[in-house]
Design a protein around this ligand. Sequence first.
Ligand code: PLP
Length: 413
Amino acid sequence: IVHWNSPRFHSYLPAGNCFPAICADMLSGVFCNIGFSWSACPASTDLEMVMLDWLGKMLQLPQDFLFSSNGTGGGVIQSSASESTLMALLSAREKTISCIQTMKKDWSRGMITDKLVYYASTEAHCSVEKAGLLSGLTCRLLPTDAAFSLQGDILQAAIDEDRTLGFIPFFVVGTLGTTNSCAFDNVDKLGEVCKKENLWFHIDAAYAGAAFICPEFRYLLNGVEYADSFLLCPAKWLLTNHDCCAMWIKDRENALKPFSITPAYLKEDVEEQTLNYRNWGITFGRKFRSLKMWFVFRMFGVRGLQTYIRKHVSLAHEFENLVKNDHRFEVLLPVVLGVVCFRLKGSEAQNEEMLSVINKRGKITLKSSRIRSRDLYVIRFVVCGKDTESEDILFSWREICLAANKILNSKNE
Ligand code: PLP
């Protein structure tokens, strides 16, 4: 088994878990309530609504994303960020098709679908492209600036160009905390463009979103008021073990109507007035996942969760400083949260070799990636383990130096 929660595991992203979340997951298995509709497990639906509002309030999401505003918005727990993005894309497609068909009565679904195009940056997670593969819709990846961030003027230029060519832009994904380098798209400016052009704006903050519960990182979420949908995964960086992705939709009534089916075997008087989460996603059966969010929130409290996030960020800065103080290495991007993107100042082959030495020694694990917009090989160092301490960071750095010495010495020989 790969020990994702080892303090010396620095690959991918955190897969946070903790004792209360594991207990809740076990209880969910014990209760065996499959919450496809409210009456199939009222507690599951009700608790999910409350938990999504609690988390929304922790993040200071705009009121119109919350059930408690008594508006059209609300949240759901999906199995993954990929599923959430796919659902947002499909909702946006349905909204656009019905809007166009009111104006162009003779246009078929097929004719419109062929013209639809949506956008994300080259640094967006591959689940954004995959949503296009699954739905048969065209995705256009746009270049980022020097900080690997997608800017509004680039989006605007792509929209103008595509409209001239007869395409119909309809959906944009902004990423807060890209997987490669934890870069942040300019969601404020992207949101302005989406509003002006009447496009669905979806924000993917799968990893970084957890940090926005800390007031000092909340500024990174500015612009969320333009979003039609927003996601973050408590299963990544909020100690709520996989699977758990929180997604909010501003206009749930209209967004979900195209996917709402009530067959005869599910008809119950009480359901007419309640919320049925089966209409919010792909699956019919759903686990009682709100239980683990509840256990985690009650056990740690907001302050406990903030402390956990802050600790990871501070450890990432410790690592960043170690790298910066060694002239043989470079850090690619200022560190904002728990991901440090760095490399040996040298060839790609040398970096690859160093990584291979590190991973073969088996004391720590690290992965590489490629910044697509600059075709640049990087090594990602992520603070993952719940119990990672400064001494683990130092240990990992020594492992990296050992491998670097080996590679550089062999070059000089
Ligand atoms: N979006 C971002 C920014 C991610 O970092 C990831 C995974 O690392 C995903 C989406 C996909 O997450 P999931 O496995 O929950 O689909």
